[in-house]
Design a protein around this ligand. Structure first.
Ligand SMILES: Nc1ncnc2c1ncn2[C@@H]1O[C@H](COP(=O)(O)OP(=O)(O)OP(=O)(O)O)[C@@H](O)[C@H]1O
Ligand SMILES: *[C@@H]1O[C@H](CO)[C@@H](O)[C@H](O)[C@H]1NC(C)=O
Ligand SMILES: *[C@@H]1O[C@H](CO)[C@@H](O)[C@H](O)[C@H]1NC(C)=O
Ligand SMILES: *[C@@H]1O[C@H](CO)[C@@H](O)[C@H](O)[C@H]1NC(C)=O
Ligand SMILES: *[C@@H]1O[C@H](CO)[C@@H](O)[C@H](O)[C@H]1NC(C)=O
Ligand SMILES: [Mg+2]
Length: 579
């Protein structure tokens, strides 16, 4: 009898368990959305039909699902007076394609977990009260086609990484404290202090965890971070006082130094008598550089134009980030770089260490970078026609072959890209910033730092191991050739959307024999044979296996054959009609 009751009880319990598993359970996406609902603080009760008694969220307001598997593909909650935070659990809706949250009152930051939503194509968070840094994880969203973060309170540097590189000002308007290439606003002013704090990957601190079981932990973390914040502020404050004191001393020092020998905090090294000016003039010019003199900024700092009293101009790069290590080692290595002279390399003329910064003095190239020339001018500016591009490819290859094969010790560039190919008044190319990456970036830290602006040029094995070799330079040069032929940046949205980079994209078109789809329309003077030959060179340079790539010297030979030997008359003809 008792046995019978036990069996009956067991059956009841089993049935109840099975029932709850098969029929009551809300899908995982639904559970995630309910978490979001509580985070959103839906005071106006717009989300009243989001109920845990449903078995799928697919009929809920604002939600669309895939018809087959009931996974959530879109969340559309524009103008719903939502007050709270965007919870990081949102990344559990891993099939999400579109997230529309425009015109609510959302607070806190963008959780970096959004970068895990690998199918996301549309992200509209405009007109909220979101703040903090834009997490660089968004750059991993390779399918992202539309991004709108306008009119919020975001701050810091917009990471120039992956898909984030493909969006311009329109995606970020109305966030006064954002800076970076995308909004054409350099992140730091002159010699002073950062205008805004540099971005940090982890703004998650702004998205506190809400679970009550984590409450104590939260409190503890809160207290610790408050103490941390206070400590950082204290440090910053004393740092600023320290620097401004130093700066004042430096000012006094330059005033005196006009009569006296230099020394006392500032140190100036000029290489090979390349800077024939009195030290005080150079230091005075360096110290008076400000925002108006900025010509650009990159991964290591800001570049200024410095004009001497005799009207000769130099480019000054102020290093903001540098590797730990002694100044002597740094200066010795710089001296090696300063000793390298070649017609296709930008000459490093001097180095100055001021109390507040390290400054490198280079030749100033009046036509700026190839990047600006290719991508920042109109579609109908045909100055860079095919023959001008060949000339640039050839000159850049000469400069690089010199670094790899004629310098002792040989120099690996590590950062070959169009913004490091500068153009003189005749559009002759000069390679800049060679060897700088090694000098300024820790081997381990490189992937997070260098990759930012260089993404798309880096060889697969370099991305994996972080070890730069001659062959990884050759790969980057191959990407540069493709950029010259196509006129498109290596991470142009038109390939990124297809999940390709420029190498994969051009390989596909070459295989399908669609050459005319590849060549930049501004190259009306290109002939098919020459284009094919250059694409061949680019293809061998970008071979996935580094051993199959040629050395830079061989690349140079291939290009010389192409440009100079087959029909030299052709080349000089088109050459003359361009100049
Ligand atoms: N010697 C120079 N003469 C004229 N303009 C220069 C010179 N050096 C740099 N520039 C300008 O300044 C911009 C920024 O240069 P910078 O080297 O700081 O950044 P980058 O080349 O984009 O990236 P990276 O830091 O990786 O080199 C360049 O795109 C170019 O327009
Ligand atoms: C999100 O997914 C993680 C791991 O799969 C799981 O531990 C967590 O409970 C999920 N959160 C929600 C709200 O579904
Ligand atoms: C939800 O919003 C209301 C109205 O703004 C506010 O008073 C309340 O504190 C919020 N609650 C939470 C948990 O954020
Ligand atoms: C999601 O993103 C976070 C932070 O960006 C990361 O630490 C975590 O490993 C990611 N999770 C998955 C499942 O990819
Ligand atoms: C982004 O949103 C703002 C305000 O909602 C709008 O004015 C702007 O045009 C949008 N930008 C893009 C690129 O859609
Ligand atoms: Mg550069």
């Amino acid at each position: 009898m008792q046995m019978g009751i036990a069996v009956w009880l067991f059956k009841q319990v089993l049935a109840a368990t099975l029932f709850s598993i098969c029929c009551l359970a809300l899908t995982q996406d639904g559970t995630t959305l309910l978490e979001m609902k509580s985070a959103f603080n839906d005071t106006k009760n717009f989300l009243s039909n989001w109920r845990e008694t449903d078995d799928t969220p697919c009929k809920w307001i604002g939600i669309s699902c895939h018809p087959n598997d009931q996974r959530v593909t879109s969340i559309a909650l524009h103008e719903n007076s939502l007050h709270g935070l965007i919870p990081n659990e949102i990344s559990n809706c891993s099939e999400l394609r579109a997230l529309y949250l425009r015109a609510n009152y959302l607070q806190g930051g963008i959780p970096s977990e959004i970068g895990n939503l690998s199918y996301l194509t549309i992200l509209d968070l405009s007109s909220n009260s979101l703040k903090g840094a834009i997490p660089s994880s968004l750059g991993r969203l390779t399918r992202l086609r539309s991004l709108n973060l306008s009119t919020n309170f975001f701050s810091g540097e917009i990471p120039d990484f992956g898909s984030l590189s493909a969006f311009g000002t329109n995606s970020f308007i109305g966030n006064l404290d954002l800076c970076g290439r995308q909004v054409h606003k350099p992140c730091r002013t002159s010699f002073g202090f950062p205008v805004v704090l540099p971005h940090a990957e982890s703004d998650e601190a702004a998205v506190p965890s809400k679970r009550s079981s984590r409450y104590m932990k939260g409190l503890l973390i809160g207290a610790i971070s408050a103490m941390g914040l206070a400590f950082v502020m204290l440090l910053t404050f004393s740092w600023i006082r320290f620097l401004s004191k130093k700066e004042r001393t430096a000012k006094r020092y330059t005033e005196v130094k006009k009569q006296v020998e230099p020394e006392a905090g500032a140190k100036l090294i000029t290489f090979h008598g390349d800077l024939p000016y009195p030290s005080f003039e150079i230091i005075e010019k360096l110290e008076s550089l400000d925002e108006e003199d900025v010509v650009g900024s990159g991964g290591f700092g800001t570049v200024y134009k410095m004009v001497m009293n005799d009207c000769v101009a130099f480019a000054v790069k102020r290093i903001e980030r540098s590797r730990e290590g002694s100044d002597q080692v740094f200066e010795r290595e710089l001296e090696i770089l300063g000793s390298i002279k070649h017609i296709n390399l930008v000459n490093l003329r001097g180095y100055c260490r001021l109390p507040t910064s390290k400054l490198l003095i280079y030749d100033y190239l009046s036509n700026g970078s190839l990047d600006d020339y290719l991508h920042e001018r109109g579609d109908d500016d045909a100055t860079l026609n095919w023959s001008a591009r060949l000339k640039i490819a050839l000159g850049a290859a000469r400069g690089l072959a010199y670094l790899h094969h004629d310098c002792c010790p040989k120099i690996i560039h590590r950062d070959i890209k169009s913004s490091n190919i500068l153009l003189d008044e005749n559009l002759e190319p000069r390679v800049s910033d060679f060897g700088l990456a090694r000098l300024l970036v820790d081997e381990d830290a490189h992937v997070t730092t260098v990759v930012a602006g260089t993404f798309g040029y880096l060889a697969p094995e370099f991305l994996q191991s972080g070890r730069a070799t001659e062959k990884s330079d050759v790969y980057s040069f191959g990407v540069l050739l493709l950029e010259l032929v196509t006129g498109k940046r290596p991470n142009d949205p038109c390939f990124v959307q297809k999940g390709l980079n420029v190498v994969g994209w051009s390989n596909t078109l070459i295989r399908e024999n669609q050459l005319e789809g590849i060549v930049d329309r501004r190259c009306a003077d290109a002939d098919a044979e020459a284009v094919e030959a250059i694409l061949d060179v680019a293809a061998t340079c970008t071979a996935a296996n580094p051993d199959e790539r040629p050395f830079m010297k061989q690349v140079l030979q291939l290009l010389e054959q192409e440009v100079l030997s087959p029909c030299p008359s052709d080349f000089s003809e088109s050459h003359s009609d361009y100049s």
